[in-house]
Ligand binder design. Structure first.
Ligand SMILES: [Fe+2]
Length: 288
């Protein structure tokens, strides 16, 4: 029973929705104007919110943004989960679900090497408290991205549908929270549920794709070129010593640059940011 998943501050006010929209759009803001897939299929969290409304575009990204709220871990957390990004096998029953997104610090810069430990119920709403079924941890990559392959968790008494996660940036405290699904009837009666933790979820064939971007309370120094605005501007390119590749430059597919003595061809249009140097992002740059 979920008896110890005590309500914290369950709220669902208009401010929560505003923050949620802002949070889920942050990745798109970082990317500039071009929709993009990174790391072989990490979808950006810029889809419609599950209410069917198109989120307002609030691309400000600055120090002081609210970190992702914390929630109770509940009674079913177990330490020492396996290192893996998929919690399922081909024979696992349930609706396939990927959850992906980014982890940012307070200056909206991506955080690499953040430990993310996920756990959830199976299709019947049961937790594996003996083994490690539907438990696994992973680390965000150099771009702050994560991707979890799992199923839509089942319901159990007293709770709406949710996924548990703990996050820990290097040398920072553990942050425990939960992710929620839009359009769930029990969202309105679950006292732990908080709209600020709603994923964007879309149907893709028989599967679902959820996206969510986390913000951790980690101080960062913003880069002078990394803050897009709602009015498209042309950032001042910052030449790097390593070649022609430059932060703040928009590259079209097919463009060529040099970096660190090697040549690269752009695979997808994007605005270059710190952390997306050509050797780090094979989804964006092909080495020639
Ligand atoms: Fe739970």
């Amino acid at each position: 029973m979920p008896a110890s998943e005590e309500p914290l501050t369950g709220t669902d006010g208009p401010n929560d929705r505003r923050i949620s929209r802002k949070t889920v759009l942050r990745a798109a803001a970082v990317l500039g104007t071009a929709p993009l897939l990174v790391g072989g299929g990490v979808a950006l969290a810029r889809d419609r919110v599950g209410t069917g409304e198109m989120p307002e575009f609030t691309p400000e990204c600055h120090d002081g943004d609210a970190p992702t709220i914390e929630q109770t871990e509940g009674p079913y957390f177990k330490p020492n989960s396996p290192l893996r990004t998929s919690l399922i096998t081909d024979s696992t029953p349930g609706t396939r679900l990927t959850v992906s997104g980014y982890v940012f610090g307070r200056a909206c810069l991506p955080l690499a090497n953040v430990l993310m430990d996920f756990w959830q119920a199976d299709v019947n709403g049961t937790y594996d408290n003996v083994g490690f079924t539907f438990r696994g941890h992973q680390f965000t990559n150099a771009q702050g991205a994560f991707s979890l392959t799992t199923i839509v968790p089942g319901l159990y008494p007293g709770r709406t549908r949710h996924i548990h996660v703990k996050l820990q940036a290097p040398n920072r405290p553990v942050v425990t929270t939960q992710l929620y699904f839009p359009n769930e009837p029990r969202n309105s009666t679950d006292t732990i549920y908080d709209a600020r933790l709603l994923m964007n979820v879309r149907q893709v064939g028989s599967a679902k794709e959820g996206t969510y971007d986390f913000v951790l309370n980690v101080a960062q120094t913003p880069t002078p070129t990394g803050t897009p605005t709602s009015t498209p501007t042309t950032p001042t390119p910052t030449q790097t010593a390593g070649g022609t590749w430059a932060v703040g430059t928009f590259y079209n597919a097919g463009d060529r640059v040099t970096y660190g003595g090697s040549s690269y061809r752009c695979l997808q249009g994007h605005t270059a940011i710190v952390g997306w140097e050509p050797p780090n992002v094979p989804a964006l740059w092909q080495r020639l």
